[in-house]
Design a protein around this ligand. Sequence first.
Ligand code: UDP
Length: 310
Amino acid sequence: MKALITGTAGFLGSHLSDRLIKEGAQVVGMDNLITGNINNIDHLLPLKEFTFYHHDVTKFVHVPGDLDAILHFASPASPIDYLQMPIQTLKVGSLGTHNLLGLAKAKGAKFMIASTSEVYGDPLVHPQPEEYWGNVNPIGPRGVYDEAKRFQEAMTMAYHTYHGVDIRIVRIFNTYGPRMRTNDGRALPAFFSQAIEGRDITVFGDGSQTRSFCYVDDLIEGIYRLLQSDYTLPVNIGNPVEISIKQAAEEIVSLTGSDSKIIYMDLPKDDPKIRQPDITKAKEILGWEPKIDRAEGLKRTYEYFKKVLS
Ligand code: UDP
């Protein structure tokens, strides 16, 4: 199998590139490196199974030869990234997706998109099943990401129904693990960096908002199974164990043995109050559920952050 992975130098894109190469695939990795980090794929660059293109997928995409699959994982993905890069965020989900769908159609390639729990917005249904249509503010600060991803799903489904492109839509819930950027602004990398460097731990709001954190290896396994399946409707992949952000902060302080104190700051606008995936479909269709509990996942992530921050 030969696969194009966009966002190959990002957190998920790099782990996915590793996994497909491990499964015997040829991987063409593409990234414009605005939020991706080339260090994440340093170990892949010398491999004959891996080719890297430094390219922005919102521009015309050309890949010579056959392609069996295209996995579109390129996008700013952290709230501070898409606040700083609202236009790029909208473009990569819309124009980028359109370019890559055109390529998938021309090559007869399977097309997978990295969608997100953000399509559910600040949800009024809990936990969130795939049938829920969401509660998104299109013009709020998160709208650029949420609406780009919703457009991405719509466009992908249109190419499926109109052009017969074989599609996979994974709705990814909060994920953590090695290769997250220390300064990406998301809760767990922020708390680890702050704890390790002895800075205050910045909990937004009163910390009672919840998230459900999935360790990256579990997520990649779910994505791989979906890719191998023949299921063309959206599938939630995430860990359904839900905790408050305050609890996440406390667990990281305790794990790292840090002297940092937790401080409370303003809650960003439209920050979802609750989030938990309903993974019934993933269980039934893919036989998948997460295996790595938070204690183990946080320990592995701590090892990584200690190394990169030392
Ligand atoms: N958060 C926080 N402190 C931080 C970063 C994030 O309290 O330094 C909160 C944020 O307001 C949200 C939750 O943690 O309620 C998860 O935020 P993250 O940016 O990780 O991802 P989101 O799920 O909001 O996209």
